[in-house]
Design a protein around this ligand. Structure first.
Ligand SMILES: Cc1ncc(COP(=O)(O)O)c(C=O)c1O
Length: 386
């Protein structure tokens, strides 16, 4: 069997979910909202299943959805995309990532990855024969600079895999960060694979800037989005990949032999959803921001040092200023067993040299759920200090 997958340990995400079930814990580990998602979009999908086309749709994605993606990104991000040559619909962002890695690298190529990193990246890169080169980001700001990039990029760099906004830290990278990364990509003739699944989940009035919109990047970026995140329907697994025609042509070939297509009913509903007015997207952000603030305020009142959460469904606490006698994983294991709240230790997002003091909570939950978690967390720090 292939060692990349055979040797992977059981992930901490599975471990924590299992522990959450065993201890009947409030599960703030996994990243999904407990609201049902917009009803009109769900009804559109149901209608499409009953009355619409349920056979293989176009390999690239149904034309209405590709058109809707182009219109949506023009409106929100100022991009001009050709729906016939620059967009492919995939079965979730995960498929888009797998396809991009398979299509763009050859064994021995170097891939720049930022730690903390989403768990799918490294196995995909390794399975494709890529050599990872890490940029290690640290709390509280999780930012990179020229020197950090210079250490990771080399003449062998083929792609850089960049997640913005960043899960798990909730960091949103803006104009100057992107300009720095763009310059490195141009200098090294590298392609940026941009995982932008959280592009709409931004707070405090922030707007997402796609790397593909920067000068020199239009021809060397793959932009990946996910309807699951845009509409709080994480189980739908409808993703999209956007790139210049000469790149997209190759990505489409990979897609052809990974999943070939994505359920047409869900595609039709996503096309409808992407055309919703700004009110929907602003309201979604406000609602998550309110949950973030409720949970952050509650954690602060309990003495947790809360880090800035600029986007995503996640809020992190950094235990290091508290001088606790346990690392993030031990803290999470104790939290779930003794306080019945599940969270994720951020060290799990590092392949090497992990940060061991940060814990991630998903705040995309109902008020009652967050309040129950806060009630249960009372006293968690006092015990850890003993
Ligand atoms: C950074 C990042 N990339 C990709 C995904 C997966 O997206 P999808 O469910 O559309 O495959 C997630 C899901 O949490 C994510 O956080």
């Amino acid at each position: 069997m292939n060692p990349v997958f055979a040797d992977l340990p059981v992930s901490i995400f599975e471990v924590m979910s299992q522990l959450a079930r065993e201890h009947e814990a409030v599960n703030l580990g996994q990243g999904f909202p407990d609201e049902a998602g917009p009803e009109d979009v769900r009804r559109k999908a149901a209608e499409a299943v009953v009355h619409g086309w349920n056979q293989y749709p176009s390999m690239l994605g149904i034309p209405e959805l590709r058109q809707a993606i182009a219109v949506h990104y023009r409106h929100w991000q100022g991009l001009n995309l050709d729906p016939d040559r620059e967009i492919v619909v995939t079965s979730g962002a995960t498929e888009a990532l797998a396809g991009a890695v398979m299509a763009l690298i050859e064994p021995g190529d170097e891939v720049v990855l930022f730690q903390p990193l989403y768990d799918a990246y490294l196995p995909l890169v390794r399975r494709a024969g890529g050599i990872p080169r890490f940029v290690r980001l640290e709390p509280p700001h999780w930012r990179f600079d020229q020197a950090m990039l210079a250490r990771a990029f080399s003449p062998k760099t083929k792609i850089v895999l960049f997640n913005n906004p960043l899960n798990p830290s909730g960091t949103v990278y803006g104009a100057s960060d992107l300009a720095l990364l763009a310059r490195m990509c141009v200098e090294h003739d590298a392609i940026a694979v941009c995982d932008e699944v959280w592009e709409h989940v931004l707070f405090d009035g922030r707007r997402h800037m796609p790397l593909i919109g920067l000068p020199g990047m239009r021809e060397r970026c793959v932009k990946i989005g996910s309807a699951g995140k845009i509409f709080s329907l994480t189980g739908w697994k409808v993703g999209f990949v956007v790139a210049a025609p000469q790149i997209l042509r190759v990505l489409a070939k990979a897609h052809q032999f990974i999943t070939f297509t994505t359920p047409p009913s869900l595609q039709a509903a996503v096309a409808y959803g992407l055309a919703k007015t700004d009110d929907y997207f602003d309201g979604m952000r406000q609602s998550f921001q309110r949950s973030r603030d409720r949970f952050a305020d509650g954690l602060r009142a309990l003495g947790f040092p809360v880090l800035d959460a600029q986007g995503t469904y996640f809020l992190n606490v950094d235990l290091s200023p508290l001088g606790l006698n346990e690392d993030d994983e031990a803290f999470c294991r104790r939290l779930v067993a003794e306080h019945k709240v599940a969270a994720i230790p951020v060290s799990a997002f590092y392949a090497a040299d992990p940060i061991r003091s940060v814990v991630r909570f998903c705040f995309a939950k109902r008020d009652e759920t967050l309040d129950m978690a806060l009630d249960r967390l009372a006293g968690a720090l006092a015990r850890a200090r003993r």
